[in-house]
Design a protein around this ligand. Structure first.
Ligand SMILES: [Zn+2]
Length: 503
């Protein structure tokens, strides 16, 4: 086992700190009780911190993985990497192999509570950075939509896609497909009649040999999705107020809702339809024409909404995580599907929108709930910690102890002043020394007490109670707490979730 000093210097910077100086600083950081360890230096000269592809750094990491390194010291954190993700990954490995890590200039030490806290914060930042890669893709989609460009991939039934330049941007325009457009009008007209159910509509279409765009047969699910799509409506003032009431963000002006053009509905893919929350959704007018009068379209919406209410009341929600889990590949929500014996999560980008190949691993609902359950317990105990540790009563007690120490310090310094003045014989001095010793002991006890109190701030009892409460929480309580604590859970290809916390 040895202590590794790591230095890096980019080639292009003139007045950057030299490798030698960096190593000197590192050496000065070695503690006296670490002198038993041999020291080895690693230095990458002429390499930037944009990634970790540096020969000496890689050599160091190899030794770390072989368990040969006790501690790594750097001059500054940015010597390791300028990428927070790289940095956090490295810290993770150091943690796995029990390697301590110190930065001499930032007095960053993974061994101290402060260092631990910084690590946690860095991990959160790294998650944020990973997440923003996904949101950039979503942003691009949203931007295209904001411009009134058709952003969906596949053509909707009833339209053909034609290349077009809209507002100077190459895009695709929806052109009604005459035969299918007639079917669409028929479909809405039939369903707008109060007595017709989705099932009857389905039978009706099968009888008439009207084939859907995808798959072999119409299903009630397919029909419901189609009937909900505002791409078919001739958007007018009625429609404007329909979406306004729902709290949907409307792009464009009221006067443009002239009853000819259709609409695109889009927005955050975490939109939870079961909660009927539309606040993150937007609509924009497209340049193409609608097929169905708003009166008929709205009649259908009212019927569908009634269905949904009944449906919600009947079917118990299948997971308290519903609506929180998002596919890392396409950003669409993952919903629960009933398998033969167990429920599992599937990407709606695959099942509904057909834009994603889905996650390879099977994500069982039960497993995922257990995992997130653990994470929430952990989070709650952390929250508890920060809440209790700031309690005023404790702070007052600690302050009192500090005042006592100050008093002792005063006595000690007047003692040493008296000795320095030199009016004492040997016996007197040994007496004073005795007194100084006692005072120092008293001081040490007080310092210990401060330590104890700071540690006992992590009120163990309360933490357990909080976690216990969570463990006993009902389905709806879990759903609510999960809603408050967790923003999104990104499901990765390997089946590992990444939790994005709200706090
Ligand atoms: Zn997906």
């Amino acid at each position: 086992m040895y202590i590794a000093l790591y230095a890096r210097q980019s080639i292009d910077k003139e007045n950057s700190v030299s490798i030698e100086t960096q190593l000197d600083y590192c050496k000065a950081t070695i503690k006296p009780d670490e002198n038993q360890y041999p020291v080895r230096c690693f230095s990458d000269k002429g390499y930037s911190g944009k990634d970790t592809n540096r020969p000496e750094f890689q050599r160091l990491m190899k030794d770390v993985r072989r368990g040969r390194v006790a501690k790594v010291i750097v001059y500054k954190l940015d010597r390791i990497s300028r990428s927070i993700i790289d940095f956090v990954d490295m810290l993770q490995e150091f943690n796995d192999y029990n390697v301590k890590f110190v930065s001499s200039q930032e007095s960053f030490d993974t061994d101290s509570p402060y260092g631990e806290m910084i690590c946690k914060i860095l991990v959160v930042f790294a998650e944020f950075e990973r997440k923003s890669i996904i949101s950039r893709i979503k942003d691009a989609y949203e931007k295209r939509s904001d411009l009134g460009l058709y952003a969906g991939g596949r053509r909707p039934y009833g339209y053909d896609l034609e290349e077009a330049v809209i507002n100077g941007i190459k895009s695709k325009k929806l052109i009604p497909n005459q035969e299918e457009a007639a079917h669409i009008r028929y479909l809405f007209e039939v369903y707008a009649q109060p007595s017709v159910t989705l099932r009857q509509l389905q039978d009706n279409l099968l009888e008439r040999n009207i084939e859907p765009l995808t798959g072999t047969d119409w299903t009630t699910g397919k029909l419901s999705t189609l009937l909900r799509n505002p791409v078919y409506v001739k958007a007018d003032a009625e429609l404007y107020s329909y979406y306004e009431r729902k709290g949907v963000h409307i792009i464009g002006e009221t006067k443009d809702f002239d009853g000819t053009h259709n609409i695109q509905l889009y927005g955050k893919t975490t939109h939870d339809k079961s909660l009927d929350d539309w606040s993150d959704m937007k609509i924009v007018l497209l340049t193409s024409e609608g097929l169905v009068d708003s009166e008929v379209w709205l009649k259908c919406q009212r019927k569908l909404e009634q269905n949904k209410q009944i449906g919600n009341a009947l079917s118990n929600q299948t997971s308290w995580l519903s609506g929180k889990i998002v596919c890392s590949k396409c950003g669409h929500t993952m919903t629960t599907v009933k398998g033969q014996s167990q429920k599992y999560f599937l990407c709606t980008g695959k099942t509904h929108k057909k834009v994603c190949s889905g996650i390879k691993e099977t994500i069982y609902v039960e497993d995922m709930e257990d995992l997130v359950d653990e994470c929430i317990s952990q989070k709650l105990s952390e929250l508890n910690f920060s809440r209790v540790s700031h309690s005023d009563a404790k702070a007052n007690q600690i302050n009192l102890l500090k005042l006592k120490i100050r008093e002792i310090d005063g006595k000690l310094s007047s003692l040493s002043d008296a000795v320095l003045e030199g009016n004492f014989n040997g016996d007197m001095i040994s007496l004073l020394n005795e007194k100084a010793k006692r005072l120092n002991e008293e001081k040490r006890k007080l310092l210990d007490e401060i330590d104890d109190r700071t540690i006992s701030d992590i009120s163990v009892q309360e933490t357990i109670n909080f976690s216990k409460k969570w463990r006993k929480a009902s389905f709806n309580e879990r759903r609510a707490i999960c809603g408050i604590l967790i923003k999104t859970i990104i499901m990765h290809e390997d089946g590992n979730p990444e939790i994005i916390w709200n706090i």
